[in-house]
Design a protein around this ligand. Structure first.
Ligand SMILES: [Zn+2]
Length: 281
């Protein structure tokens, strides 16, 4: 099995997006991380998994729907010799725009012609329930409508899975609720090693490893999100398990260490992905 980080683009996060923000603490944490500005730029990544001859994509980036700082997923795939039509399945961590918008082209058609799209059942139920959507703030209703339109392009190729379902021999879903109700990580196992691709457990590495109680205004339930974040950080630190995240410093592979009342992220070694797929490139 191999896993390749794909950079779709970047986004800017100001303090107004942080739930629980404390200005003095935030300034100290930015100083420690050599960040000069209150607005922090984070990557928007996706991951390509090659296993048993299949090509799986975890999330699809934001597309260029918000401007040229994102929408580079297809270029990133081309650089490692993969065409969109080569993708067998897309696994979604959740249905926010920076994870699903890349499923469709600007004309609304499918970006990945052959791919099944795997969505966790509670996540799908939440965003497709008209009664729930009607109670959401406007920006969330717009996200819900956009996600539905995007999934509609895949029709019967949208496949739902359960909270902890095993999706292949080597990949299992891990329920990580709070950021969204069905927010899901994927645990990969290969030759005795594991990797947890944890989606949006951490958006702002400079803050949230030290202060896992700080959430994001995008969290459907910031309290549950914070509980989930602390629990999974404790688990991967105890197990010394490698993680990958869509908004961790690119390429986003690393390890978590307990540090005081919080945690510290250590980037893992990585290699440049070489184009070696003679038949598909
Ligand atoms: Zn995200």
């Amino acid at each position: 099995m191999s896993v390749t980080a794909l950079l779709d683009g970047s986004g800017d996060f100001g303090p107004d997006l942080v739930v629980g923000y404390e200005a003095d603490m935030a300034r100290d944490l930015r100083d420690q991380a050599f960040l000069a500005s209150e607005t922090i730029t984070i990557p928007i990544s996706a991951y390509l998994i090659e296993a048993d001859g299949a090509l799986l994509l975890v999330d699809t980036g934001l597309s260029d729907s918000r401007g040229p700082a994102s929408g580079h997923l297809i270029e990133a795939l081309a650089r490692v010799g993969v065409r969109p039509d080569d993708i067998d399945a897309v696994l979604l961590t959740h249905l926010h725009p920076d994870h699903v918008n890349g499923l469709t082209r600007p004309d609304g058609g499918r970006a990945f012609s052959r791919a099944a799209v795997l969505v966790q059942e509670e996540e799908f139920a939440y965003w497709t329930d008209d009664a729930i959507v009607a109670t959401m703030p406007d920006f969330r209703q717009a996200n819900a409508r956009a996600a539905l339109e995007t999934l509609a392009a895949y029709g019967d190729d949208v496949v739902l899975f359960g909270r902890t379902e095993r999706l292949t021999n080597d990949i299992a879903a891990v329920a990580l609720p709070g950021h969204t109700p069905g927010h899901t990580g994927f645990r990969l196992e290969s030759e005795g090693e594991t990797l947890l691709i944890w989606g949006d457990i951490v958006h702002l590495a400079a803050y949230q490893f030290a202060r896992p109680d700080w959430g994001m205004v995008f969290d459907t339930d910031p309290k549950v999100a914070a509980e989930t974040r602390r629990a999974i950080l404790e688990a991967v630190a105890a197990e010394r398990e490698m993680v990958a995240g869509m908004h961790l410093p690119f390429p986003g592979f690393g390890y978590v260490e307990r540090r005081g009342a919080g945690f510290q992220f250590h980037a893992a070694e990585w290699q440049y992905g070489l184009e070696d797929r003679g038949s598909s490139s």
